[in-house]
Design a protein around this ligand. Structure first.
Ligand code: GAP
Length: 487
């Protein structure tokens, strides 16, 4: 196991121990690739979602939000192409009966080659895989697996079946009597809820092109290789925005959103060198141009967000299947003709980020096990989450030094003053050092301690998580110090 894999395991354990993420239905031994968010996890997840929502809707006058249902008319998925195309090439090992996604199997070997310093071989292998995937050449892909002696991690053999496509959508029945029920799907992406509502939203919010519709919500995929904690789950959450533009301008908007989305990530203070773009060679069935924003997780560079130029594919398909017009009338004047642009089906540039992956990104970036040297020369360890203050689950911990002498009463007053404005945590049990460490472990950026001096001069000690510096400030300023740092 490499050091980074160790770090990944430490993050998973930490997330469980401190109430961020639990395996789903753990008392029944869990459910593969399904996870629950605990008290601090649900708070952090909500804060990331809110941060995205605010930056998309409140900060863009031409982007509005919706909240569409998970269930949609089954024809939606026929029109969108998901029934026919939303599949991954898979291969089974005959000896272990284990199923693999072909790209994951080959990428696994490429990672090993890179670790062994054979970067060129790894890059050539990935380039060849991309080429064959783009050509849907499954027999050549199988030969590539055989030629590189890629074996199953369980059986250790290369006894592979042919490569086949598997659809990733979950289906269920709508209606009470099975024979009469219609098969419907759990949405595999939130985007289609936006497309089918395009005209409802455009008309009711009086939007003019270019404009966007944003949505956050659950999506479901029957991932065959579902592992790596919350990185790849069967039930997950997306934050998507479809930006509707005049045909011919999509290339410029694609560039704009590619850059704007990276800037959003960097606005959280994340290290720029941990990001890179990956331009797609094999495009999804709807895409004209596409890239991933990748982040260097402890398990390597992986996709966290996709930017896709989807042309007018989705709206045209819904127009075709529903027989309802999906056109927009553009009365801006076309300088080339001197006449209005008129009716057309808009083109779409999509930004699509996984909330759970963003959550994992924040945990990966903020987790640190520090070795501290004490005054007497001995060392100590502290585990700290350097979560950006604006999205930290708890912003302020309020800690009376002792449980008596009127200190809890003063602490409660601070609590009452602050809790309408941001999430606070009150605790009076245990030594103060222990309490600080617990707050470090959940990423609380500020702690205030109320001691006997507070009674004399109305000041408290404020402690900063990252530097561990402490300073005395007037009790009355605590709320504003925190507000200033989280705004
Ligand atoms: N509407 C476009 C779309 O769904 P995608 O690249 O398939 O595009 C977008 O998914 C994002 O959703 C990904 O970048 C990733 O962050 C997240 N995502 C996709 N599958 C996921 C899974 N199984 N578990 C967690 N997140 C996932």
């Amino acid at each position: 196991m490499t050091t980074n894999e160790n770090k990944f395991q430490e993050i998973i354990s930490h997330a469980k121990e401190y109430g961020f993420v639990f395996p789903s239905s753990e008392i029944y031994d869990g459910l593969s690739a399904v996870y629950d968010y605990g008290p601090y996890g649900s708070e952090l997840k909500k804060n990331i979602r809110d941060y995205w929502w605010k930056s998309m809707t409140q900060m863009h006058e031409n982007i509005v939000g919706i909240d569409a249902a998970i269930f949609m008319h089954p024809t939606t998925w026929k029109a969108s192409g998901h029934v026919d195309n939303f599949s991954d090439p898979m291969i089974d090992n005959r000896d272990s009966n284990k199923r693999y996604r072909v790209d994951h199997l080959i990428e696994g070997l490429a990672d090993k080659l890179k670790e062994a310093g054979k970067t060129k071989e790894a890059d050539d292998l990935i380039a060849e895989m991309d080429r064959l995937l783009a050509a849907d050449d499954f027999s050549a892909l199988k030969e590539l697996i055989a030629a590189n002696n890629i074996v199953c991690s369980i059986s250790g053999t290369g006894n592979w079946t042919d490569i086949r496509q598997f659809n990733l959508m979950f289906s269920t029945q709508l209606g009470s009597v099975a024979e009469e029920a219609d098969t419907i799907y759990l949405r595999p992406e939130t985007a289609q809820g936006i497309f089918v509502n395009f005209l409802n939203v455009q008309k009711t919010s009086r939007m003019r092109i270019p404009f966007g519709i944003a949505q956050t919500g659950k999506a479901f995929r029957n991932e065959i290789v579902a592992r790596q904690f919350i990185f790849r789950m069967r039930e997950f959450e997306q934050m998507e925005m479809q930006f509707f533009v005049r045909p011919g301008t999509e290339g410029d908007w694609y560039k704009y959103w590619k850059e704007a989305r990276l800037q959003w990530h960097l606005s959280l203070g994340t290290s720029p060198e941990k990001y890179r773009y990956h331009d797609h060679v094999k495009l999804a069935h709807y895409a004209k141009e596409a890239c991933d924003i990748e982040f260097e997780f402890p398990i390597g560079f992986k996709e966290v967000e996709g930017i896709h130029s989807r042309s007018d594919f989705d709206l045209s398909q819904h127009q075709l299947y529903s027989k309802k017009k999906m056109q927009y009338f553009d009365n801006d004047v076309d300088p080339a003709t001197g006449k209005p642009f008129g009716n057309y089906i808009p083109y779409v540039v999509e930004t699509s980020i996984g909330l759970d992956r963003m959550f994992l990104l924040i945990l990966s970036e903020s987790y640190e096990e520090e070795t501290l040297t004490k005054e007497d020369g001995s060392t100590d360890k502290r585990v700290v989450l350097h979560i950006p203050a604006k999205i930290a689950p708890v912003k302020l911990a309020i800690l009376p030094l002792v449980k008596k002498d009127g200190l809890p009463e003063i602490a409660r007053e601070i609590m009452n003053d602050c809790k309408p404005h941001f999430r606070c945590f009150y605790e009076e049990k245990d030594a103060i050092g222990k309490r600080y460490r617990r707050q470090d472990a959940i990423g609380t950026p500020f702690c205030v301690t109320i001691d006997h001096q507070t009674k004399e001069d109305q000041t408290v000690t404020i402690r900063y998580r990252d530097s561990m510096q402490q300073e005395r400030v007037p009790l009355s300023t605590v709320r504003d110090v925190v507000l200033k740092n989280i705004s």
